[in-house]
Design a protein around this ligand. Structure first.
Ligand code: GLU
Length: 276
């Protein structure tokens, strides 16, 4: 993803794949401990936080749950936002952080980061260089945040929402972390390692529904047709897919296709899902 300058420095040949079962067993191969930025894979987990704090109706009414069928950073999708925003595209994800209940930017950012850590079952940290690189070039996302605010569809100061959103995208994870985060969803919202109930079990199906319809951006239909699993991708090269009630499959490989999805991660997860 060369629009975030520092991501061009990631070695392109890294590749790791991991399965984490709902009881925390880990099966892995390749570069599964390499730290990369979570990017959009953070989005469903912050949507989960909004649902945990305020219920699914708030997510549906204040953000939306329709797949856009357009690129993740599309301004065109925004122009018809009323029926084409969901928490897994940039507009909806920036709105999601603005909905997190907090009295300061620091608190908002901490809550978002703590929630990601709770899903992973270990403390995650922001990769500051990635944050600096993305925030200093975030003109498109700044435009999106300001437009949403203008329409009354952003619920905090727009620049604050942009910063908190960019920080969440810059959180460092490994493929193993993504596997554990997915396994928490496979396990009804309970982290397999810490046993913490990170989100209510009753809202996991609603979250997986949004991942099924919009997790692969404008390739979501193709993904569901060929792999059939709720999943989320990020331009850092990570993907996590969830087999509800059983396990998660996560992978990491930096090279992306046109839609912004990791080519090898996509193929590896699809093949493993087929085998199993
Ligand atoms: N931080 C990235 C952006 O806002 C996330 C995109 C992605 O991973 O799809 O453009």
């Amino acid at each position: 993803a060369d629009y975030i300058p520092i991501l061009t420095e990631t070695p392109s040949d890294l590749f790791g794949v991991v399965i984490v079962t709902k009881d925390g067993k880990v099966y892995s191969a390749g570069d599964v401990d390499y730290q990369f930025s979570i990017q959009s894979v953070s989005k469903p987990f912050t949507a989960a936080l909004v649902m945990t704090q305020q219920g699914p109706a708030v997510l549906k009414e204040k953000i939306g749950v329709e797949p856009t069928g357009m690129a993740f950073n599309s301004k065109l999708a925004l122009a018809v936002y009323e029926n084409s925003v969901n928490p897994l595209v940039n507009a909806g994800a920036i709105a999601a952080v603005s909905l997190v209940q907090a009295t300061s930017e620091q608190e908002r950012s901490n809550k978002v980061q703590q929630n990601l850590s709770d899903f992973a079952g270990r403390p995650l940290a922001v990769l500051e260089k990635v944050y600096e690189s993305e925030y200093s070039t975030a003109f498109g996302n700044r435009g999106i945040a300001n437009l949403l605010y203008n329409w009354g569809r952003l619920y905090s100061d727009p620049e604050e929402a942009l910063r908190v959103y960019t920080r969440e995208c810059s959180v460092g994870v490994s493929a193993k972390d993504l596997g554990m985060m997915g396994a928490t969803l496979a396990n009804g919202g309970v982290n397999p390692l810490t046993k913490k109930q990170v989100m209510p079990a009753k809202h996991v199906p609603e979250l997986l529904a949004v991942m099924a319809t919009a997790g692969f951006y404008d390739e979501s239909g193709d993904w569901m047709f060929t792999a059939g699993l709720p999943a989320k991708t990020g331009v850092g090269g990570g993907i996590v897919a969830v087999v509800p009630g059983r396990f998660a499959i996560a992978a990491f490989s930096p090279r992306l296709n046109e839609a912004g999805n990791s080519v090898r991660s996509l193929k590896a997860i699809r093949d493993i899902a087929g085998e199993l």
